[in-house]
Design a protein around this ligand. Sequence first.
Ligand SMILES: [Zn+2]
Length: 256
Amino acid sequence: MTKIIAGLGALLVITGCGGPGVDRSDSLIVIDAGHGGHDSGAVCEGSKEKDVVLQITKKLYKEFKSEGYRVHLTRNSDKFLKLWQRTRIADHKDAKVFISIHANAIGNKNRFNEVEGVETYFLQKTRDERSQRIAARENASVLQGTDKLSKDVIIDAVLNGPKIIQSHKLAIDVQHNIMKNLNGKYKGVKDGGVRPAPFYILVGASRPSILVEVGYITNPKERQRLSTSNYQEEIAEGIVEGVNRYLDNRKKEVGF
Ligand SMILES: [Zn+2]
């Protein structure tokens, strides 16, 4: 009996490493490219948030597929989606995580050069003004065409949002791995950290859900980097490695 348990233990350790041979086919990953269609998101010097995040999302699709996951994209072309259209698939019973991809921006031109960095958000009410400001900018566009959704219902869902602890853990793993990847290849990428914020897009998804702001489109250095396939690839790989890590740890937590 002891031998069998020891054997199973060894097997679990190997499975938990996240290397080749791990069967990910029971896990559905939902990826949401922010904005789209008439909603360009942040725009600066010809760069549009909706285009950058779709390019990264397509790379994510390939990366997750190559790891054996099933993947669903809320959009794979330049079109606008209503809030419920973005989150509905994340309620599917097999969906393990919901990841919304965005690029950041600030309004003050005098600070374009200094404000930069990668930030990952999970849903939670916060008093932090900066997080509230970023959430307000993203929320403005996501609410277009959602007449039926009353603000009170949304706020209530934010306050009682499920999966906050798991979403926080997922955010930490994803942020850490994006930074590890980028820092390995690029100099001076700022780690904006993991932050709570009341993003409406995360409200409707009943799975652990995060929103990644991959960089500031208003910062000249990041805008240039974000337009390149290599930089986008490093971000995508970091996100996938972060999700692998989160799910492997989760499996150990729940004991299977
Ligand atoms: Zn956005």
